[in-house]
Design a protein around this ligand. Sequence first.
Ligand SMILES: [Fe+2]
Length: 294
Amino acid sequence: MATLTAGSGNLLAKLDQATFDAKFNRRPFTIGHDLSDHPLFSLPRLIELSQRLPERKVEYNSGELPVSQDPHSTPRNGLSIADTIRRIEECRSWMVLKNVELDQEYGDLLNSCLAEVRQFSDHVSPGMKHQAGFIFISSPGSVTPYHIDPENNFLLQIRGQKFVYMFPQHDREILTEENLEAFFTGAHRNLPFEEWYNARSEKFELNPGDGLHFPVAAPHWVQNGPEVSISFSITFQTKDSADRKSLHRLNKQLRKFGLRPSNVGASPWRDRAKLAVVNGIRAAKAAVGKHDDK
Ligand SMILES: [Fe+2]
């Protein structure tokens, strides 16, 4: 059984095939990494990166948010991007630098990390694609509200401490098919949160050197510890995750026509039949020269 260990020249550690086979894109699990002292994650280098990235790739706001945050009323912090990073210790803010692979050095690091993940993920979910990296920079005590994300993700804690509250990917009492359909057709990632959900969460404490796998669309919210936090999120799609997105989108269309489609994942043969429809529509669009956004 393949196992990577720290100190053997690898960037990631504590990866093993049995864990991937049992949990990848189904349940969260922890890994390790050797990036905590990497120079690309120093604040001066991150300020430089934030200035090179297109402005639309930098999202930031106040970090003093409730767990349940309406995305249309998220408060700003009144600072520039560079000042937010420069003053991150005291400005009570949350920031994400998106698609850092647009920058060569960060892209190389992302690809090196994901090449290690792929040695294990391909066995259970082949076809890694759409690799993307995100760097989160946040003030002490910041909260990332309850939300879902569309990618397979490994969050690598570089500096400071985070507490991640992760909820089951398939619990349809707290995350409905309609929630997922809205998200995969363009709705904001934030979701309404109710206190009783907390009893169904699993809490993970992440310190520098720790990493955590987030299954696609597993709801979560995050609380920073008492220091500045920097995290590197390495994400990708696989054929399975792309198919799942297509199925949710198709189900939304079917629901619009008054139908009651089967839940994604509930019936493999129904999912296969629906994917055949999706692929047929794509082929027809391609034949007449229309683009599809996969
Ligand atoms: Fe997230």
